[in-house]
Design a protein around this ligand. Structure first.
Ligand SMILES: CC(C)(COP(=O)(O)OP(=O)(O)OC[C@H]1O[C@@H](n2cnc3c(N)ncnc32)[C@H](O)[C@@H]1OP(=O)(O)O)[C@@H](O)C(=O)NCCC(=O)NCCS
Length: 156
């Protein structure tokens, strides 16, 4: 398995739209809303602005990860095509994003928010050593909020 990340580009919209509209992906990432192609493009272009990477497995785009600004912090987002779930691809890609956040951007902490029913994503957060710090209301689901501190980052 050959896994690589590269900065997302506006031209990645078609591949990402196919992923964003998969049933299991849209369920929690977009509150089950089926995005139109132009809405995907708006997300992709926003991601280009703030630091995001397409996840490439064996030469094919299979997902996106980003460190999206939220207030003074950054929030880890990750999405992988359903066809690649359960293989550790998200874990490795998220680790690379966290490494960039801590080692290049020198962030003191990175946040994440996960809808309460999104069990697969909670398991990922625990594997990455995120710590639950509370809950908040979302537009469709309540969410658990997580953080990981730079001083708790394994390679620091
Ligand atoms: C959340 C999401 C990224 C998790 O993907 P995932 O494939 O479950 O996560 P991982 O890459 O860590 O894979 C974990 C599974 O692979 C297995 N695995 C196999 N090889 C592995 C390896 N080398 N390393 C780690 N895990 C491995 C693990 O045991 C685990 O199995 P489990 O699901 O039975 O517990 C994915 O479900 C997704 O894109 N969902 C839609 C978008 C979303 O909800 N994003 C979250 C908002 S931030």
């Amino acid at each position: 398995m050959s896994l690589a990340l590269r900065p997302v580009e506006p031209g990645d919209g078609d591949e990402l739209h196919a992923i964003f509209t998969e049933h299991g992906v849209k369920q929690y990432l977009f509150d089950d809303i089926l995005l139109r192609r132009d809405q995907t493009q708006a997300h992709v272009e926003a991601a280009c602005e703030h630091g995001a990477w397409v996840i490439i497995l064996d030469g094919v785009i299979v997902g996106l990860t980003s460190l999206r600004p939220t207030g003074a912090d950054r929030e880890l987002l990750i999405v992988i095509s359903e066809r690649c779930w359960g293989r550790g691809v998200a874990y490795q890609a998220a680790q690379a994003a966290l490494r960039h956040g801590f080692e290049v951007l020198k962030l003191p902490r990175i946040l994440a928010g996960v809808d309460l029913p999104n069990e697969r994503s909670h398991r990922l957060m625990r594997r990455l050593d995120f710590v639950a710090i509370g809950e908040s209301d979302g537009s469709k689901y309540r969410a658990r909020n997580y953080e990981i501190l730079r001083r708790a980052w394994p390679s620091s």
